[in-house]
Design a protein around this ligand. Structure first.
Ligand code: ADP
Length: 495
């Protein structure tokens, strides 16, 4: 009898449900867009009820599309946009405010104040993160400070907090389970990743009562069971939970220390498994918990590039020099090189390892011979150069050489980009058959949690590789091109 695992992938722009069989084949996908709410410049919110409802609709959607009966679904995995913050009434289930999305900048000034205080180095040291509005802590504080009676209710035990995994699990279990996993907890800026507990010093400093926090559980294992109303009296265990980037790391079977994945979406998210070693970055990366399984916590180094696939959207939507993202591959492959052009897509500043929020994008090296194809090629190359910057930082921090880069995300479909990535890094670039690594990772964690797969080795042997790109570029050429990129970045930053 066929058995299935349902993966819920609650992302920033949409909620998705993907049904996998136990050979990790995709059986059906359903997706619902999510309304983006921008109450003010730089503020981003979601409606938590819409998050829940769209997620429930996609569950219905995959069941209808696949024709699979609910009884055959053995486990549910949850993966989610990280850091996004919800506070709700424990009795009524009604959120006291919209979900404040990770991208929201409303607490930037609060973070600047923290940075000036002694709390800054404490937070870096104990959470592995840099103080930033990106993470949940200051978003919680904002709600408690600004919503009438919220802090009082929180102190009285009436309000509870969750990231999106917690919000979904609490609702799917009909208020029974208030929990998160280690990977999500490590993105709140309230979790002590050394001592593996909520950090009292930070909680006190931000006046956040600890009773609003969820229980932190292992990423694989039963969190709870769906309420009988969710699936017409069939009860399914929720047995795998991880934040989206960590889930992708797991879905790529990056189980060994030193293995790395890069997700090429709007931006790039690059994570390196560092095993049981908590490595404090000397090169502006963040340290995070990858997952906890079988009572062992594993760590990762993480670096994010703000603009990756988005530079291709820009070519399409703003410059209008391509009509579809895939066309970029044909343009770039039609010329021998970028003819000396470098694009530094610092549209919103530069992320890791520069962390320069103030610089803006630039194009270097234009001549009368520069044409459309050169510009498209330079845009794709910029994605690969930015990835190299982050990987160089990771190699320095981890004191090891990366041998293979495992890739996923929309722009990983671009063969030119993948070949150039391999050439400029001089490492193998491995593209799996299933590019849905995030959803797959949650399914693997859920399957592992109820024994569908016995261990990580079994999962590894289940994974299928579609293509390996190998470097063919001469070292001189590589060095010359990368030196040109570094020079372009220096000019962009204004050094
Ligand atoms: P996200 O999850 O961040 O929305 P996706 O993984 O869906 O991102 O990937 C979409 C991004 O990838 C877009 O920015 C798009 O421009 C880019 N993209 C998609 N296909 C290609 C392609 N063939 N070549 C280059 N970029 C692509």
């Amino acid at each position: 009898m066929n058995e299935y695992i349902l993966s819920l992938d609650q992302g920033t722009t949409s909620s998705r449900a993907i049904l996998f069989d136990t050979n990790s084949n995709i059986i059906a996908i359903d997706q619902k867009e999510l309304t983006q709410i921008y109450p003010k410049q730089g503020w981003v919110e979601h409606d938590p009820v819409e998050i829940l409802n769209t997620q429930l609709e996609t569950i219905k959607g995959v069941l209808e599309k696949s024709g699979v009966t609910v009884k055959k679904i053995k486990a549910i995995g949850v993966t989610n946009q990280r850091e996004t913050t919800v506070l709700w009434d424990k009795n009524t289930g009604i959120p006291v405010y919209n979900a404040i999305v990770w991208q929201c900048k409303r607490t930037s000034d609060m973070c600047e104040e923290i940075k000036k205080s002694s709390l800054n180095s404490y937070i870096e040291e104990n959470t592995g993160l840099v103080v930033d509005s990106y993470f949940s802590a200051t978003k919680i504080k904002w709600i408690l400070d600004n919503i009438p009676d919220a802090r009082e209710k929180a102190h009285n035990g009436q309000l509870i907090f969750g990231t999106i995994d917690t919000w979904l699990i609490w609702n799917l279990t009909n208020k029974k389970v208030h929990a998160t996993d280690y990977s999500n907890a490590s993105r709140t800026m309230l979790y002590n990743i050394k001592n593996l507990c909520w950090d009292e010093t930070i909680l006190t400093a931000l006046d956040i009562p600890s009773n609003i926090l969820p229980e932190v559980k292992q990423s694989s294992g039963v969190f709870g069971y769906t309420d009988h109303k969710v699936f017409d009296d069939v009860i399914i265990p929720i047995s795998g939970v991880a934040g989206d980037q960590q889930a992708a790391l797991f879905g790529q079977a990056c189980f060994k220390e030193g293995t790395v994945k890069n997700t090429y979406g709007t931006g790039c998210f690059i994570l390196m498994n560092t095993g049981n070693k908590l490595i404090k970055s000397q090169n502006k990366l963040v340290t995070t918990i990858a997952w906890a399984i079988d009572n062992e916590v594993e760590y990762a180094l993480e670096g994010s590039v703000f603009i990756a696939g988005a530079v291709i959207q820009w070519l399409r939507d703003e410059l209008g020099i391509i009509s579809r993202a895939e066309e970029s591959e044909i343009c770039a492959s039609s010329v021998a090189d970028s003819n000396g052009i470098y694009i530094v897509p610092a549209f919103v500043g530069l992320g890791a390892p520069y962390w320069n929020m103030h610089c803006r994008g630039s194009i270097h090296g234009l001549t009368r011979g520069s044409n459309r194809n050169h510009i498209v090629r330079a845009a794709l190359e910029s994605i690969a150069f930015q990835t190299k910057d982050v990987l160089n930082a990771m190699e320095k921090d981890a004191k090891m050489k990366v041998r293979t880069l495992k890739v996923d995300g929309g722009a990983a479909n671009n063969n030119f980009l993948m070949q150039f990535q391999s050439d400029i890094l001089d490492v193998d670039v491995e593209r799996p058959k299933i590019l849905e690594s995030t959803a797959l990772g949650a399914a693997y964690l859920a399957g592992l949690g109820i024994g569908i797969w016995k261990n990580k080795n079994e999962i590894k042997s289940n994974r299928k590789v579609e293509k390996i790109f190998k470097s063919t570029m001469a070292a001189d050429e590589r060095n010359k091109l990368f030196a040109g990129w570094q020079e372009a970045v220096r000019k962009t930053i204004g050094e």
